[in-house]
Design a protein around this ligand. Structure first.
Ligand code: GDP
Length: 476
């Protein structure tokens, strides 16, 4: 078997197994979207010869020097790694565990191993080098040395580059994070539910009362808890469920029903403009930074716009994040008109050929009316300068504020219409049930959840993972 096929089997067995005619090409291209791995796409399409994946790095062995299909003359260490890779599940985390065996810090050994992994995936040398160089710059900026401090970022970058986020592996990582994050909420909900759903118990009026009570405790809110219980009652009636134990699965389905699938917006005329709104302190700046980081890693040219001209600290913070992520930045002086800032920023974004623009906005709620008028004006001006903008308006909410988040949704939705929600600080809150309340009352999709302060702690919202984590169930 040719080396390339062998590696394909090691790394992409699903491609080989589903391959019929050109089908695998479509499958693959739909999953890979960025420059790093264009070579793989081309290779499978058969219309390009990959460049050399040569690496000068020499640590624990010389890397392949001029092969076209992964390491052609693997040294003993690489051979051992290849054997080990073949034996693990084809998942990024499993590959990384094998490839990073014995690596403890950012040194030549690490670069050699990453290069080995990527060259095994037939990534051209220039793209391998670019990936490593970018990552090294980031490590320098962050002053990280030890592998344990940056391993998750490395995995995150590789996952984004490979567009592996929908892979089972990534889902279980999210599941794990969500479960950790929702631990407190789960204590509230699942302990109560465990007792309630314990086999043998029949479903009577006191059962429904108790269920409603548990949901209210987890900050699902009174109205939502009541509505959810009613829906479950109906389901139990139509499906003839009499035993409490059977109801847990029914509840999972009912909750899944609540979350709307994300609406995909395809932008006709770049740049795609995203208006970020939310009350001060909810984590808006951090979320913009995280979204920007993701977009840059996906190969997009991004501009961050400091539309909160009131808070100097927010502007400074945003500038730092833009620099770290490798994005552009636009700001005017303190107190400048936010609508003018937005207008001029779009000019800059168009001139520079940006793919995405994130516009930060003010969030001082004590001047409610002014703030809402200001946001409406910014949105209007954006649309005037760039038809269709803002293409997305994202409200950032702090999950720890519980029911208060609901009134923020109402207020901002009335003012400028919300397309998506980001729910931050789900880590360590006992109020994770708020996501259910928001979804049931407003039907606005939650696109991301914040599970910590690090850049890779912003994860796409996965309703299945969330509901399972909430109910203390195995997913699926
Ligand atoms: P802003 O005022 O809305 O721009 O809020 P910031 O982005 O400055 O965030 C306020 C605080 O919340 C900062 O200390 C952030 O590090 C923290 N933060 C933001 N998102 C999260 C999250 O998902 N989890 C946790 N634990 N903290 C977060």
């Amino acid at each position: 078997m040719a080396m390339s096929r062998l590696f394909t089997l090691v790394f992409f067995p699903q491609i080989c197994s589903t391959r019929t005619g050109n089908t695998y090409i479509l499958y693959l291209t739909s999953r890979l979207r960025m420059g790093f791995f264009t070579s793989i796409r081309n290779l499978f399409r058969g219309d390009a010869q990959p460049e050399s994946a040569a690496q000068e790095t020499n640590a624990g062995g010389t890397l392949p020097s001029s092969q076209t299909n992964g390491p052609a003359n693997p040294n003993p260490e690489q051979k051992a790694l290849t054997v080990a890779l073949r034996q693990v599940e084809p998942r990024l985390s499993a590959w990384l565990t094998v490839v990073l065996e014995g690596v403890e810090k950012a040194d030549d050994r690490l670069w050699a191993r990453i290069a080995f992994l990527l060259s095994s995936l037939e990534v051209p040398a220039v793209e391998v080098n670019a990936f490593i160089a970018k990552f090294r710059l980031w490590l320098d900026d962050m002053e990280y040395e030890r592998l344990e401090d940056f391993k998750s970022e490395l995995q995150y970058r590789l996952a984004l580059a490979l567009d592996l986020e929908d892979e089972e592996d990534e889902r279980s990582r999210l599941m794990l994070k969500l479960s950790e994050g929702l631990a407190k909420t789960r204590e509230q909900i699942s302990q109560g539910l465990n007792t309630l759903f314990a086999s043998g118990r029949t479903i009577d009026e006191s059962f429904w009362e108790k269920l409603e009570e548990i949901l209210i405790m987890a900050d699902v809110g009174f109205a939502t808890a009541h509505a959810l219980t009613e829906r479950l009652r109906r389901r139990a009636r139509t499906e003839g469920i009499r035993e409490a134990a059977e109801l847990r699965a029914a509840m999972r389905l009912e909750l899944l029903d609540v979350f709307k699938p994300m609406r995909r917006i395809s932008v006709v005329n770049p740049p795609e403009v995203v208006l970020m709104i939310g009350v001060n302190g909810v984590g808006k700046t951090t979320t913009i930074a995280k979204l920007c980081h993701r977009a840059v890693l996906q190969g997009k040219k991004v501009l961050l716009v400091a539309g909160d001209t009131f808070r100097a600290a927010a502007t400074e913070q945003l500038e730092i994040w833009a620099k770290r992520a490798g994005a552009g930045f636009y700001a005017k002086g303190h107190g400048a008109d936010p609508a003018a800032v937005a207008f001029e920023a779009i000019d800059q974004a168009v001139t520079e050929g940006c793919d995405m623009v994130f516009v930060d906005t003010a969030g001082r709620l004590h001047t409610k009316v002014n703030l809402m008028e200001e946001l409406q004006k910014v949105a209007r001006v954006l649309g005037k300068r760039h038809p269709g903008a803002p293409h997305r308006t994202i409200l950032v909410l702090d999950a720890t504020t519980g029911q208060n988040a609901l009134s923020q949704v109402k207020l901002f939705n009335e003012a400028c219409g919300i397309d998506e929600l980001v729910l931050t600080k789900l880590d360590g809150t006992a109020k994770g049930g708020i996501a259910v309340a928001i979804a049931m009352q407003y039907g606005i999709p939650i696109s991301f959840v914040g599970l910590g302060e690090k850049m890779d702690d912003l994860r796409p919202f996965d309703p299945e993972g969330y509901v399972s984590a909430l109910l203390g169930l195995e997913k699926g």
